[in-house]
Design a protein around this ligand. Structure first.
Ligand code: MG
Ligand code: MG
Length: 249
């Protein structure tokens, strides 16, 4: 069931989203060689709590941390660890959720650790651009497939793999609501987009195969071929005009 939000509810979600945006902006500044993913998690939790919000991820299906940190071939759901030390040339995807007054914001970005290869840099640029190309389609009169198709076509034009196993999703009082919005699909298909829908769009893009597997920790998702993966996400609201990005400063 898709739950439409009133303007007032969207404003509340914007507050939650802004907190997530603050966390991601501050963490992006802190990412550097020698920093551990556990340190990033501690910083994230501190910032979320300072804003009187709750880390949405912590305890979600038993997840032990406030952010997920996924390095290089790790795509999503990486568990922060004091043993995971960032090194020059890595890329790290940070995904964060914050619940504020009962409303959830969900966003992610991938950042370089120091100097990265041009190949990695291009992957980051294409993935971030794919997110905005998807957002551009999030309009009344379109269908969810218009978002999916735009994202897929842009990514595949660059020869990258579009991950199939994980998708964008509705978000509101829960982190995962209907509808699912895959990063692949066909134009004019899927559900009609309506004012008041709030969805998290989140292309996950692999340099090589789109296939993924889950590590023995039962959380960390990695690319099947061990090549790099990137992830960008925003929570947005569909309005009568332009889509509204809720997880930005
Ligand atoms: Mg997320
Ligand atoms: Mg999400």
């Amino acid at each position: 069931m898709i739950i439409l939000k009133s303007d007032n509810e969207i404003n509340m979600m914007r507050e939650a989203g802004r907190i997530v945006a603050v966390v991601l902006a501050e963490l992006a500044e802190k990412v550097a060689p020698g920093v551990t993913t556990a340190q990033l998690d501690r910083w994230a939790e501190k910032i979320i709590k300072k804003h009187h919000a709750i880390p949405t991820f912590k305890g979600y299906n038993g997840f032990p941390a406030s952010i997920t940190t996924s390095v290089n071939e790790e795509l999503v759901h990486g568990i922060p660890s004091p043993k995971k030390v960032l090194r020059e040339g890595d890329i790290i995807s940070i995904d964060c959720g914050a619940t504020y007054k009962g409303w959830v914001g969900d966003a992610a970005l991938t950042v370089p650790v120091g100097e990265i290869t041009p190949e990695a840099q291009k992957l980051l640029e294409v993935t971030e651009r794919a997110l905005y190309i998807g957002i551009e389609q999030a309009r009344v009169g379109n269908r969810s497939g218009d978002i999916s198709a735009a994202i897929q076509q842009y990514i595949e034009r660059h020869g990258y793999g579009v991950v199939r196993n994980y998708t964008g999703h509705g978000v509101g009082r829960s982190m995962h609501e209907d509808p699912q919005v895959p990063n692949y699909g066909r134009e004019h298909r899927g559900i009609p987009l309506k004012k008041g829908m709030t969805i998290a769009l989140e292309p996950m893009v692999n340099i090589g195969t789109p296939r993924t597997r889950v590590l023995d920790d039962h959380w960390t998702v990695v690319t099947d071929d061990g090549k790099l993966s990137a992830h960008f996400e925003h929570t947005i609201a569909i309005t009568n005009g332009d889509p509204l990005i809720l997880t930005q400063l």
